[in-house]
Unconditional design. Structure first.
Length: 309
C-alpha cells in the first residue's frame, strides 16, 4: 500500500505534464480535447523524364563520362532537370535510344567545362538505372503510331521536351521487353582505325592512321589527363616524347572557348601540346611534322618524303 505523501509528487508531475500539453494545444489553436495535430504525410514527388541528344561523335563520351550535355541556348530546359529524374539518350544520327539513366545532379552549367570540346555546357551527371540494349525506331513504333513520338522530315525521332509518368512507364516496358545482347556482340559506335582505336569521326580516324603510319612511337587515343584535381580528355598522347595532340574539326558556328580552356590547362601545368585542325589534313605530311618538331625537336618520322619535312 502506497503512502499518500509518496503519491502526491507523482500526481503533481502528471498534472503538470497535462497542463503543459493543454497549453501548447491552446496556443496552436486546436479544438478543445484535441492535444496533438495529425502529421500530414508528404507525397513523394514523381520524377520527370527528359531525352538528351548525341551523335556518333559524342555518344561514346556521354556514356563513358556518364555526362549528358546540351548547347547553352537550351539551358532553360536543362535547368529544369532535377536529381532523381529519369533520362534517356538519343543518337539522332542512328535513331537509337539509350536508357535507362537517372540524374545524380540537377541541371548545371559546366560540370566538366572541357567535355564535348566545350560546345555543350548545359550538363547533367547521370548513372545507369538499368543496363539494357538501345532501342531502334522499330521498337519505338508503338509510341510513334500513338503520336507520342514524332518523326521529322529528315527521319529524326522527336520527343516532347518533358516526359510524363505514362510516357516513362511505356519506355520502361519497351526496354524490359528487349532481350539482352551478349557482351561479345556489342560494339562501340565510331570509326575503326588501323591500330584498332575507335575514333569519333572520319577525320579523326584519318589522323590516327597518319600517326600510326608515320610515327615510330606508340600513341594513345582519348587519353585522360589529370592535374591538380582537374581532368581533361586529350585526343592523342605520345608517351615517348611526352606530347599531347588536340584535334579540332570545323564547326557550323564560331566557338573558341573549348580551345582556349584546353590551351590554358596545358600551359598552367607546363605540358607540351599542339593543335591540329581539319584544314591541316590536306597537307598533313608537311604541316603535322613541322608542328610536332616545333614542340618536340627530338621527334622522328618514317615513311615521309624528305621534301615534305
Amino acid at each position: 500500500m502506497h503512502n499518500q505523501r509518496d503519491t502526491l509528487p507523482l500526481l503533481t508531475m502528471v498534472l503538470g505534464d497535462r497542463r503543459s500539453v493543454s497549453s501548447n494545444a491552446y496556443r496552436r489553436g486546436l479544438p478543445c480535447g484535441v492535444l496533438y495535430e495529425a502529421e500530414e504525410k508528404k507525397e513523394a514527388k514523381l520524377p520527370n523524364g527528359y531525352v538528351f541528344l548525341c551523335n556518333n561523335r559524342t555518344e561514346r563520351e556521354c556514356l563513358e563520362k556518364k555526362l549528358f550535355g546540351s548547347p547553352k541556348f537550351e539551358w532553360n530546359r536543362v535547368s529544369r532537370v532535377k536529381k532523381g529524374d529519369v533520362l534517356f539518350l538519343l543518337n539522332y544520327q542512328s535513331n537509337r535510344l539509350h536508357g535507362v539513366f537517372e540524374a545524380v545532379t540537377d541541371g548545371t552549367l559546366n560540370i566538366e567545362p572541357c567535355a564535348f570540346d566545350g560546345y555543350f555546357p548545359a550538363q547533367v551527371r547521370v548513372r545507369r538505372k538499368m543496363r539494357c540494349p538501345s532501342l531502334d525506331e522499330a521498337a519505338l513504333l508503338p509510341l510513334i503510331n500513338r503520336g507520342w513520338i514524332r518523326v521529322s522530315r529528315r527521319g529524326i525521332l522527336l520527343f516532347p521536351d518533358r516526359l510524363g509518368t505514362k510516357f516513362i512507364d511505356e519506355l520502361w516496358r519497351i526496354f524490359l521487353e528487349v532481350p539482352p545482347l551478349p557482351r561479345a556482340k556489342t560494339r562501340l559506335v565510331g570509326y575503326k582505325a588501323k591500330d584498332g582505336h575507335i575514333t569519333k569521326s572520319y577525320s579523326e580516324r584519318y589522323l590516327d592512321d597518319w600517326l600510326h603510319e608515320h610515327l615510330p612511337y606508340k600513341h594513345e587515343y582519348n587519353c585522360p589527363v589529370k592535374r591538380a584535381k582537374r581532368e581533361v580528355l586529350c585526343d592523342w598522347y605520345i608517351p615517348k616524347i611526352d606530347l599531347y595532340i588536340e584535334y579540332w574539326e570545323r564547326k557550323p558556328w564560331p566557338e573558341t572557348s573549348a580551345i582556349d580552356l584546353k590551351r590554358k590547362f596545358y600551359e598552367d601545368h607546363s605540358l607540351r601540346a599542339i593543335d591540329i585542325y581539319e584544314d591541316d589534313l590536306r597537307l598533313a605530311d608537311r604541316i603535322i611534322p613541322a608542328r610536332m618538331r616545333e614542340a618536340a625537336p627530338q621527334c622522328r618520322f618514317r615513311n615521309i618524303a624528305k621534301e615534305s619535312i
